[in-house]
Design a protein around this ligand. Structure first.
Ligand SMILES: Cc1cc2nc3c(=O)[nH]c(=O)nc-3n(C[C@H](O)[C@H](O)[C@H](O)COP(=O)(O)OP(=O)(O)OC[C@H]3O[C@@H](n4cnc5c(N)ncnc54)[C@H](O)[C@@H]3O)c2cc1C
Length: 284
């Protein structure tokens, strides 16, 4: 059987960080499982995050009005994207599993990783109007977010100060990963490692190792398939009226994004990991 490939896109500046320890566990464990593991260590690579004309080799189609999406789509079609983008696209093509490893920055990925998404997931290569969501380019691949936070888990509950983590994760997991077709595995969240005692941190790493052993047997997160929508310009990409009618009697919305004004389906963007109310959050 052909060897499987995992790509880990990694963004942390320090090899002594908890993120580095999480990365090490993933590399060890996946290698032991027989994977070929490729790591894109974005800070070490000094990966450029800005989306500019430098990403296109040769003449622009419209030098008067620079449109990054249009120009990079043509450059991709004509083999004129810059070498650093092409190198990442080759890695992505080879990978069956993609893990994004990062510290949560402003409810999202660090800028350098956002730059990877902006630049590597080129229109045409990663998506098109015909190839999106469950019909997307990467529908045969799995992807997941693995990240650390400064905040505790309770702060990201629906009644916590930061609000529901399911909402925080929707733009990345639905708007980016699933948009490009990936089957998205539940995120691995390391809550507030800087405020945990060392033994708890060790246990978190062992929990990660245990999860990795069965990762590919996990059921991906649930998203609304394209077939529920009228994908014509007259239909405005809205839910079919019949589907909307069927949803009326349901207690929850379809997904975090398609809530239809109802309560959000619980744990739509996370694995059900109910917080043990009797266990204190990690605090110093
Ligand atoms: C610009 C910015 C924006 C941010 N926005 C948010 C936000 O929106 N929401 C939010 O919640 N947080 C936010 N944060 C906080 C950030 O997410 C956390 O600081 C980060 O996730 C902590 O992870 P780390 O790997 O950097 O931890 P580190 O500080 O590197 O590690 C934590 C502890 O783990 C120890 N450690 C390292 N290796 C091991 C090992 N092998 N075993 C056991 N322990 C080990 C380290 O020594 C350290 O004591 C933000 C931070 C910044 C800078």
């Amino acid at each position: 059987m052909a060897q499987k490939t995992a790509l880990i896109v990694y963004a942390h500046q320090s090899s002594a960080s908890f993120n580095a320890a999480v990365l090490d566990v993933a590399v060890q464990e996946l290698t032991e499982q027989g994977y070929r593991v490729i790591v894109s260590d974005l800070y070490a690579m000094k990966f450029r995050a800005d989306t500019t004309q430098d990403d296109i080799i040769g003449d622009l189609k419209n030098p008067e009005l620079f449109q990054y999406g249009e120009e990079t789509m043509h450059a991709w079609m004509e083999g004129r994207l810059s070498d650093d983008i092409v190198a990442e696209q080759r890695k992505l093509e080879q990978a069956e599993l993609v893990i994004f490893q990062f510290p949560l920055y402003w409810f999202s990925v660090p800028g350098i990783m956002k730059g990877w998404m902006d630049r590597v997931l080129t229109q045409g290569f990663a998506f098109s109007l015909e190839k999106m969501y469950n019909n997307g380019t990467f529908k045969g691949k799995k992807a997941m977010l693995s990240f650390t936070t400064g905040a505790t888990q309770s702060m990201f509950q629906p009644d916590g100060i930061n609000g529901d983590i399911n909402i925080t994760l929707w733009p990345l997991q639905s708007g980016t990963l699933h948009f490009c077709g990936f089957q998205v595995l539940a995120p691995q969240i390391f809550w507030s490692p800087a405020h945990c005692p060392p033994l708890v941190r060790t246990a978190l790493l062992e929990g990660w190792r245990a999860r990795l052993k069965g990762l590919l047997t996990e059921k991906p997160l649930n998203f609304a398939p394209c077939e529920l929508f009228d994908l014509s310009f007259q239909g405005k990409f809205l839910l079919w009226p019949k589907v909307k009618e069927e949803q009326e009697s349901k207690p929850y919305g379809i997904t975090t994004g398609h809530h239809l004004g109802k309560p959000l389906p619980p744990d739509n963007q996370t694995k059900a990991q109910p917080r043990d109310e009797n266990k204190p959050d990690c605090t110093d």
